[in-house]
Design a binder for this molecule. Structure first.
Ligand code: TYD
Ligand code: MG
Length: 452
């Protein structure tokens, strides 16, 4: 009788141990190892296909015939770096109900309408459910093939037989390879299934989309290698109860990262938002103190967002600091700068900072806007509604220059802003016909004076 070799595998990083351990020795995650049956050697468990190619000069490497197919959904094409690339693998993650299946079914529709075959493999829903959704999205094309299947071998066979331009696997955690004895969704299964699917996609020239579940921490469940294997990794973000969804690129071998696409979930599926800046600026903002508009960069384009702050006297001992949409440490730093350099007595105040519309802003260029909105709320002074702020704030209270100032100002001008408060260092060499009045500042105190 052959002895089954049980191993304990961390579901977070793939680290293995012969004994159960409470804490992973690889990544330090608690309670992440589960029992898996080790696969005997030679049972078809191969991690990479061996190629017999000889090294060749890079100048003689042939390019692919048809590098990319535009899906026709502009917002999505931009994220992919121009369109769908033959033989590429895209991993898309997001919380349940955010719209992964909806978006991919829509992409299938666009591609199949162009006459290409697409294959939608659903592991979570039945074919009938998929059809119901497709009807709702008014997608009914003979080029769109649907199959409810979770066995990897049958899926690979289907890909070989139908030779689709695009394959969608919804989701990778549901697929299993029968030769591996672990349950679907475990590290061993996910890694092997993804690897096999990606190799087939590369050899047949089909583009492949893998839907991945996310864990509580918001990362794609399964081994980190999954992200290494894919050419492009996308994350769907957004509050489930708000209609806006943000698709963020975290890795892209064919285009730029930190590009975002903004979609709105409607009755008939996800629709691209044409004028994203408008949704991040709340209506009726003219009346209250503690609100400022900043121009921040998201990938290659500028986005205007509204930052709100509320500063109130703390009633119980420790004052509270709550932030949403911006980095907590950055806000703490700005509070310290305001206290020390401007002399605002914020020590006994509760401070809340929020970005309207649920977008995340992670760039230092937002500093000036954050500082001004906190000052505005503290002093109960309304910032005029046609001013936009751009600038990084240093510990000495100086306002530092930021990148791509012209693109930021053009977007502000386009949306009707009359005045921009910008770092002095930034204004050299920029066109003076931007149609927006520039107030240059060297120190935070100068910006505070401008708003009074
Ligand atoms: P879904 O694509 O099933 O999410 P995921 O695959 O990421 O789990 O999205 C389902 C949600 O989207 C569900 O709450 C209903 C909503 N929805 C719409 O609002 N309009 C639509 O046209 C569709 C198809 C779904
Ligand atoms: Mg789904």
């Amino acid at each position: 009788m052959t002895k089954t070799n049980v191993v304990y595998v961390c579901q977070h990083c793939g680290w293995k141990s012969l004994k159960w351990v409470g804490r992973c020795g690889g990544c330090g995650e608690w309670d992440s190892t589960i029992e898996e049956l080790g696969t005997p050697a030679g049972s078809g468990y191969k991690s990479f296909t061996i190629s017999r190619e000889l090294p060749q000069p890079i100048t003689q490497v042939k390019l692919l015939e048809c590098p990319s197919i535009e899906t026709g959904m502009e917002e999505f094409d931009r994220i992919l770096g121009g369109g769908l690339i033959a033989g590429s693998a895209v991993l898309i993650g997001g919380t349940p109900g955010i719209g992964k299946s909806t978006l991919l079914l829509q992409v299938c529709q666009y591609i199949s309408k162009k006459g290409y075959t697409t294959l939608y493999v659903t592991g979570e829903e039945s074919v009938a459910q998929t059809k119901l959704r497709a009807e709702r999205l008014s997608i009914l094309s003979d080029n769109l093939l649907v199959v409810a299947e979770t066995n990897l071998d049958f899926i690979l066979e289907n890909i070989h037989n139908t030779r689709p331009t695009l394959v969608v696997i919804d989701s990778i955690q549901m697929i299993y390879k029968s030769q591996i004895e672990s349950a679907p969704g475990t590290v061993a299964q996910v890694r092997q299934c993804a690897n096999d699917l990606i190799s087939v996609a590369k050899s047949t020239g089909s583009a492949i989309f893998l839907v991945g579940h996310v864990t509580k921490q918001g990362i794609i469940a399964g081994p980190k290698v999954l992200e290494h294997m894919a050419d492009t990794v996308l994350y769907f973000e957004g509050e489930k109860f708000q209609c806006y969804r943000i698709l963020r690129v975290v890795k892209n071998r064919f285009g730029s990262t930190d590009e975002i696409g903004i979609f709105e979930m409607r009755k008939n599926g996800l629709q691209p938002v044409d004028n994203p800046s408008e949704i991040f600026i709340s209506q009726g903002r003219r009346i209250s103190a503690g609100s400022a508009i900043i121009s921040c960069m998201e990938g290659t384009r500028a986005l205007l967002v509204e930052i709100q702050a509320l500063v109130t006297r703390a009633n119980f001992g420790m004052p509270e600091r709550k932030v949403s949409g911006v980095d907590y440490n950055r806000v703490s730093m700005i509070l310290a700068i305001l206290e020390k350099r401007i002399g605002l007595k914020l020590g006994g105040q509760d401070v809340f900072v929020n970005i309207v519309g649920g977008v995340q802003v992670d760039e230092p260029a937002a500093d000036l806007g954050i500082a001004m909105t906190i000052t505005s709320s503290f002093k109960e002074k309304v910032i005029p509604s046609d001013i936009v702020f751009v600038g990084e704030v240093g510990l000495g209270g100086e306002v530092r220059s930021v990148s791509q100032i012209e693109i930021r100002l053009k977007e502000a001008q386009r949306l009707g802003f009359k005045r921009a408060i910008v770092p002095k260092d930034n204004t050299k060499g920029i066109a003076n016909d931007l149609g927006i009045e520039l107030s240059e500042v060297c120190y935070l105190s100068e910006a505070v004076e401008i708003i009074g």
